[in-house]
Structures are given as structure tokens and as C-alpha cells.
Design a protein around this ligand. Structure first.
Ligand SMILES: [Zn+2]
Length: 269
């Protein structure tokens, strides 16, 4: 799966989940909380690919996510990839193949997803303002990169950085702290999980069972069989997924927003 589809699937899952929570559990969110959750989940759905590094010194390559903040995020991706590769070798069993790249290993596991969700919430609770603004800044940047990929390509990383910083500041100033912090962590964790699922329906699969050893392999790659798996970047994936995910997002948004608009309309009449 490629960047924009990952981001869009994060947004769609968060909106659909929010709609379901409101419909069946009476859990209501303010429009700002909804927007923030959607953006963070979309950004989080790109986060695991921060293990795909490019060439830092030449400022080239890397995943969508690695180019978000120019050479800075490219460097972060380099670190993430090497750490992932280190963890791979530290925990690999005899049947796990040798690798020279850490892509699709540590950041594509369930423990990583949980750690990111929990860690985000803990950081926000412990450090407050600056942790919240920093995390939102990163996630908004990723979301812009993923959801508005063509615009982002034209705008360049400086504009993205400025736009993300502005949005993060605005959100911090207006989002209530108490319920807002766990929301950020949950959205990020859910985003990472959605990313892993997205990679599972493409060819290579992900080591989702790590660290459970199977047949002397710790890093068993699990995904759909090649016959039915979507080809990465194939037309079916790009066009079909985009249409389906956009439709889900739009329907969920209408379902979430329409009732309050209608009730306001009634009151005014
Ligand atoms: Zn991935």
C-alpha cells in the first residue's frame, strides 16, 4: 500500500468508528475533536513507514512519510530503520532470513502500535503543552503529506512544516486537555494498526505476530496469499481504494454532522 492510501484509510477508519460510537454508544465528540482525531489517525497510518529511509546526504528517496519535513524526517527515518534492523537481529531465530534493511519489521508489529498509543498518551499527560503541540505538529504534517499528496508535492516541506505548526498551535489552544490527551494517543495507535492491516492486504505481509515464535521464526511475514493480494501501486489499489475510502469517510462525516445541523435548523425555525 502506498502513502496516500494509508493516510486515507486512517481517516476513514477514525470517522467510521466515531460514527459508530455516536450511533451505538452515545459517545459524542465536538467538531474539533473529530477533526483532530481524524488528522492524527491519518498521520498515524503513515507513521510505521518511517522505517523506510532514503539517502540523507543526497536528500533523496524514503517513504512519503520520510519526506514530510525534508532532510530532518529523512534523518529520523534513517535512525528508525537502523534501530528496527538492530531489534530484528537481536531477536531473530535460526529460520529468520538475513536482512540488510529494517523496513516492515519493528514498526509493523502490534507491540509497537500499543507502545506508540500508550507512549503518546503518557507523554501528553506528563509534559502537557509542549508534548501535545510537538506530537500534533508531526501528525498534522504526515496527514497533509498523505491526504493532500499532490498539493504537498507542489507546496514543498517548508509550507507543510509551517501549516502543521499553525494547526498544532490552534488545536492546542482550543482542545480541552482532559479528554483530548487520550484521544491523541488512541488516534495515533489506531492509525498505526490500520497501517499494518493495509500492508497485510498487499503482497509482502507484515510480522504481525512478533514476538511470538513460529517454526523457529520470530519474524514470520503474514499477509494475503499472492493470488488475491492487491499489487502495491496497482490500478485496483490506487483507484478502487481511494474511491471506497473517500466514500466511507464522506458518509461517516455526513452521519456525524447532519444530525446536529438539522437539530439546529429545527430550533431556529
Ligand atoms: Zn508499511
Amino acid at each position: 500500500m502506498m502513502g496516500p492510501q494509508h493516510a486515507l484509510s486512517g481517516a476513514a477508519v477514525w470517522l467510521a468508528g466515531s460514527w459508530a460510537l455516536e450511533q451505538f454508544a452515545d459517545y459524542h465528540q465536538s467538531p474539533l475533536a473529530l477533526a483532530v482525531g481524524t488528522a492524527v489517525c491519518a498521520g498515524g497510518a503513515l507513521f510505521p513507514d518511517l522505517d523506510m529511509s532514503g539517502k540523507v546526504t543526497k536528500n533523496q528517496g524514503g517513504a512519503t512519510v520520510a519526506r514530510t519535513f525534508g532532510v530532518f524526517s529523512l534523518f529520523a527515518a534513517e535512525v528508525m530503520e537502523k534501530v528496527s534492523l538492530g531489534v530484528y537481529y537481536a531477536t531473530k531465530l535460526s529460520k529468520d532470513p538475513r536482512r540488510n534493511n529494517g523496513h516492515r519489521t519493528l514498526t509493523h508489529t502490534l507491540p509497537f502500535t500499543v507502545l506508540v498509543g500508550w507512549g503518546t498518551t503518557a507523554l501528553c499527560a506528563a509534559y502537557g503543552k509542549w508534548a501535545v503541540i510537538t506530537i500534533l505538529f508531526f501528525m498534522f504534517g504526515l496527514a497533509l503529506r498523505g491526504l493532500f499528496d499532490e498539493w504537498a508535492e507542489r507546496a514543498g516541506w517548508v509550507i507543510i512544516t509551517l501549516a502543521s505548526a499553525g494547526a498544532a498551535w490552534f488545536t492546542y489552544a482550543n482542545l480541552p486537555g482532559g479528554r483530548g490527551y487520550p484521544l491523541i494517543g488512541t488516534a495515533l495507535g489506531v492509525g498505526c494498526f490500520v497501517h499494518i492491516l493495509g500492508d497485510m492486504i498487499t503482497r509482502a505481509g507484515v510480522p504481525i505476530l512478533w514476538p511470538i515464535p513460529i517454526k523457529r521464526r520470530m519474524w514470520m511475514m503474514i499477509g494475503l496469499p499472492n493470488r488475491i493480494a492487491l499489487r502495491v501501486g496497482s490500478k485496483a489499489e490506487v483507484v478502487g481504494m481511494r474511491i471506497a475510502l473517500t466514500a466511507v469517510s464522506a458518509l461517516a462525516t455526513v452521519g456525524l454532522v447532519a444530525p446536529s445541523v438539522l437539530s439546529r435548523f429545527d430550533i431556529e425555525i
